[in-house]
Design a protein around this ligand. Structure first.
Ligand SMILES: [Zn+2]
Length: 198
């Protein structure tokens, strides 16, 4: 596991604008993420986190996102502003929150998706608390926009990111549908980047 500040190296994602974070801040995040991963692995030795990467490129209202990439690797994206202004909050709440999503997804994969778990359901909350966070999803996460279902992240060649519902995602991936965007571009299955389950 490594921290890539603002660089999506190897992730097929491109940051549109780069803010360099102080290196000691990135180091702190790296250490904390490794500690959380070690804690989780001690509880469940079947869990491994080599396929988990983090980066600090998120902007806007979302404090963090846990993405499942097309190749099943995981990427935790953290809000760059939150990292700079409220690092303790990011470390104590956001990192465990997002890592708990990653763990639930891994558990879900192991169970062959027999039962679709709610993003912020009891299983997620148990992991979140085990990792030291409150497990709150609203007031403790003032930056996180409320999403109730899995969305799929697509990116147009222009760099514009689009989130689509699972219905539209399935239509594009399995039935070859394309969707015409307002700007005239068409969105197709090839533009899929990741699953967004945070
Ligand atoms: Zn969440």
């Amino acid at each position: 596991m490594k921290v890539t500040d603002n660089s999506f190296k190897g992730w097929d994602l491109k940051s549109r604008k780069t803010i360099a974070l102080p290196s000691d801040l990135v180091d702190k995040l790296r250490v904390n993420l490794c500690e959380l991963a070690a804690k989780a692995s001690a509880r469940d030795p079947r869990l491994s986190f080599e396929d988990v990467d983090i980066c600090c490129d998120l902007r806007g209202r979302a404090a963090g996102h846990a993405l499942v990439m097309r190749d099943h690797r995981h990427l935790i994206r953290l809000n760059v502003q939150a990292c700079m202004e409220n690092l303790d909050w990011v470390v104590n709440e956001i990192l465990p929150h997002e890592l708990a999503h990653v763990i639930c997804h891994k558990e879900n994969m192991r169970a062959n998706h027999q039962k679709k778990l709610r993003a912020h359901g009891p299983r997620w909350r148990a992991w979140c608390r085990f990792l030291g966070a409150s497990g709150a999803t609203t007031h403790a996460m003032p930056l996180e926009s409320v999403r109730k279902s899995t969305k799929y992240l697509y990116r147009l060649p222009s760099g514009e990111e689009v989130k689509v519902s699972s219905i539209r995602h399935r239509r594009m991936q399995h039935k070859g549908y394309a969707y015409l965007m307002k700007n005239g571009a068409s969105l197709t299955r090839d533009h899929w980047v990741a699953e967004d389950d945070s």
